[in-house]
Design a protein. Structure first.
Length: 162
């Protein structure tokens, strides 16, 4: 079973929700990069983001979700599995605007964020390490497969040792 999982994808793709569900299912701690970055930067403007991530990926088990394309190599290099949310740009734009309206954020819809969504870089990962989701159904199916694997394991364990 993969114990080091990097989750990457465009804004408003569902990375956080997926990471939380996967973490609960696999019983692995989830690290949310946006939350960590903004909290650490607020407390210490000189905070070394690269050094922090390098230390974080040194742990035995983790799920790290978030973007920060400049530091993808740190997470992707250390991960056993890389999950990439590659949803259509129009869907990410819609979800981004929807969140801004729903949560009534003070900063409104930003042109800078819209540009980041439109020009979001594509991730390249070689081999069996990568899983690419192009829809919510694919990410839901992935969680369902892991749920079934866990249930199957528990049933077999009970029958064998029962």
């Amino acid at each position: 079973m993969n114990t080091k999982i990097a989750i990457i994808g465009n804004y408003a793709a569902g990375k956080t929700t997926f990471a939380n569900k996967l973490g609960k299912l696999l019983k692995i701690k989830v690290y949310h990069l946006d939350e960590i970055y903004f909290r650490k930067k607020k407390d210490n403007p000189d905070f070394d983001w690269d050094k922090y991530q390098t230390k974080l990926v040194g742990n035995n088990k983790w799920i790290i979700e978030g973007n920060f394309p400049r530091t993808w190599d740190i997470r992707v290099g250390a991960a056993d599995k890389v999950i990439f949310f590659n949803f259509p740009i129009w869907l990410s734009l819609f979800r981004y605007v929807y969140r801004k309206i729903k949560f009534k954020t003070r900063d409104g819809v930003g042109l800078k964020e819209i540009k980041k969504i439109i020009f979001f870089p594509k991730l390249r990962v070689d081999g069996d390490k990568a899983v690419i989701f192009r829809s919510n159904k694919e990410s839901d199916d992935y969680l369902g497969r892991h749920r079934c694997n866990l249930v199957t394991f528990l049933v077999c364990f009970y029958l064998f040792f029962g």
